[in-house]
Design a protein around this ligand. Sequence first.
Ligand code: PLP
Length: 437
Amino acid sequence: MRTPNDLDQLWMPFTANRRFKQQPRMISGASGMYFTADNGDRLLDGLAGLWCVNAGHDCKPIVEAIRAQAGTLDFCSIFSVGHPKAFELASRLALLAPDGIDRVFFSNSGSEAVDTALKIALAYHRARGDGGRQRLVGRERSYHGVGFGGLSVAGVGAHRKQFGLLLPGALHLPMTYDKGRNAFSRGEPEHGAELADALERLVGVHDASTIAAVIVEPVSGAPGVIPPPQGYLRRLRELCTKHGILLIFDEVITGFGRLGTNFASHYFGVTPDIICSAKALTNGSVPMGATLVARHVHDALMTGPEGSPELMHGYTYSGHPLACAAALATLDVYRDEGLFERSAAMAPLWQEAIHGLKGLPQVVDIRNLGLLGAIEIASAAGEPGGRAQAVFQHCYERGVLVRASGDNIVLSPPLIISQDEIAILFGAVAAAIKAQA
Ligand SMILES: Cc1ncc(COP(=O)(O)O)c(C=O)c1O
């Protein structure tokens, strides 16, 4: 029988399907810092897959752990039964998390980790007899995945507009992006800590007694790598504490060494009540999300009859054995190879290299923190994002994979990137930008 393998049937996510199918870009393999295209060309991975392959591709200990697990316990749910690796992984994550955050709920993606966090926040207040707190606060120009919860608090209009009203009662803080005052900042920009005070205004309008949680990406990634202004996160923490509002950090991108620390919470010295993680948790090898919860939030829910589930929430594949095995091996690699320390050590070089693109035609801003970066390119009239797309395509054709997000080229390489590879990456991006002039 013929094996069907047309392009038509697959509806690709976040992709211009019709354009792609006219000009497909097929990947057939990956190793270390490189993808291999189906024509045999190598592609330097400037995005760690999609912000997830922090230890590099085809990392042998992780591959072996998945293989071994598949042959031992392929599947077991953790609804009312358990398997040891799920408990081991939760214990390991509790050790990596900031002090006070030591309870872990597993899911399969960043979107689910976020929706889990939002639901825990609502359930927490209700369990404490404060069930009027139902509003969830996000921020303009943020990304929290594609579930209805995460989308409701997210702040990119283009992601939301197809899907109607979303959750009632969601509110948004102003975005922290301020090109006028902060363009070409190195690391955290100087201006804008006061934007956190917008939470006071929301409290003034809606009253704290209606607000359950604030969720922010410590560094906004997908919408264009936007580091927080100096002092902003600390101020937000203080205001949340003052008003009894839970603070959720969505660390789906910033977790696991992206900023040279376990989590961005450590980098900024600000501890939220809940952390959402995914992606690099398994080095991207098996889908997994983890919502890390402060003990006090968890304990508030450990009430009611002991024989009843305390949280009516969970996914068939929460704590999937393959994902747990992959994550445990991944954490070992991060530790044994010192990848978070390596990331911290490479960050100054990364910063120099990315800011070396200042002055190229149409480059209107450059942002960076840790091993994250974005180059913003002014769009041509009537063609938003067009130049960034052209830069992406130009780089792809010359063996470098970057991502276009709106008018930005966003970058987030595996933490194993070398000095030479940093030079190749930015050399390709610079050439591509010049070619658009
Ligand atoms: C901050 C943040 N939250 C959530 C998500 C959603 O993760 P997933 O695509 O695994 O659902 C992403 C994905 O990029 C993200 O960057």
